[in-house]
Design a protein around this ligand. Structure first.
Ligand code: F6P
Length: 324
């Protein structure tokens, strides 16, 4: 393989730039021509493809976001879109791809290989940490720390005003950010999409707290919780505890997607970027590079896409015990 391309796709994540840097510098080291594709599959379809050098990735290891930009492409979901993308890659003589993204990205890459035999190796880039085949995804650690900083600040005002705060963190289908930031922030409860926490249980916990003279509480809610988002959960609870209880809702939103990546994320991203590149050069295809128990492993896309990565029930149990 003499010419390959790298792109970022789906929701951006802090550390993606460190990962791009590792792919590009690794390619230069191995004497392979490296191209960047802007805006993921959209840019592939539109031919937004350019040659990169070692210099193209100078001074980006510490930057959040992605210098290659990112997008979620509807057109790539159609066979016409994928044919256009293939034609563009052929025009540039590109023989293999490194895709930095999540499940949607890898689903697209697999379909693309079935139709056009372009091999892809993935690097897991998403703040959600919802990919089977790696202990942590790029961006997750930074997002948890961003959420934690906000929770710590909200705790100050919650305590001053004797209020209950419902803090919504990201995670449409995943409670990883919620559980980690909740534990580190000393939350009274954490609500995640993977495990149903009925409203009655939240009310019960609040009442137990009041009986022990607890005057403020933090409840971290993942945006995709089964009982609804934080505003919906708060509304349901209000209907049971009455209007006298002082409650507020804060949605952290996209602040969790930006910012300077932590040292952990930069190192993880560097290992995964180089791992993905060297995997591709060694003939791996349709696999995701991951770090499991501190070892580099390659997991087939079919598994990363289909297999669940369950939240530890032990951690949820711990939240209950520690909030007493
Ligand atoms: O997949 C990462 C993520 O941040 C999710 O946690 C969230 O549900 C989603 O992306 C938001 O996507 P968008 O930025 O397209 O609204």
């Amino acid at each position: 393989m003499k010419r390959i391309a790298v792109f970022t796709s789906g929701g951006d994540a802090p550390g993606m730039n460190a990962c791009i840097r590792a792919v590009v510098r690794g390619a230069v080291y191995h004497g392979v021509e490296i191209f960047g594709i802007r805006r993921g599959y959209s840019g592939m379809i539109n031919g937004d493809i350019f040659q990169m050098t070692s210099h193209s990735v100078s001074n980006i290891v510490q930057r959040g976001g992605t210098i290659l930009k990112s997008a979620r492409s509807r057109e790539f979901m159609t066979s016409e879109g994928r044919k256009r993308a293939y034609d563009q890659l052929m025009n540039h003589g590109i023989e293999g791809l490194v895709a930095i993204g999540g499940n949607g990205t890898f689903t697209g890459a697999l379909k693309f290989f079935e139709e056009f035999q372009i091999p892809t190796v993935g690097a897991p880039g998403t703040i959600d940490n919802d990919l089977y085949g790696t202990d942590n995804t790029i961006g997750y650690d930074t997002a948890v720390n961003t959420a934690l900083e906000a929770i710590d600040k909200i705790r100050d005002t919650a305590d001053s005003h004797d209020r209950i705060f419902f803090i919504e963190v990201m995670g449409r289908d995943s409670g990883y950010i919620a559980i980690q930031s909740g534990i580190a922030g000393g939350a009274e409860m954490v609500m995640v999409p993977e495990v149903l926490t009925p409203i009655s249980e939240v009310v019960e916990t609040l009442k137990q707290g009041w009986s022990r003279s607890k005057s403020s509480s933090i409840i971290v809610v993942a945006e995709g919780d089964e009982e609804g988002n934080a505003a919906e959960v708060a509304e349901k609870i209000r209907s049971q505890v009455g209007v006298d209880v002082d409650m507020r809702v804060t949605t952290l939103g996209h602040i969790q997607r930006g910012g300077i990546p932590t040292a952990y994320d930069r190192i993880l991203a560097s290992r995964l970027g180089l791992g993905a590149l060297e995997g591709l050069l060694n003939g791996e295809k349709n696999v995701m590079a991951g770090i499991v128990n501190n070892e580099l492993v390659y997991t087939p896309f079919v598994d990363t896409i289909k297999l669940p990565k369950p939240i530890s029930e032990d951690l949820l149990r711990m939240v209950k015990i520690l909030s007493v």
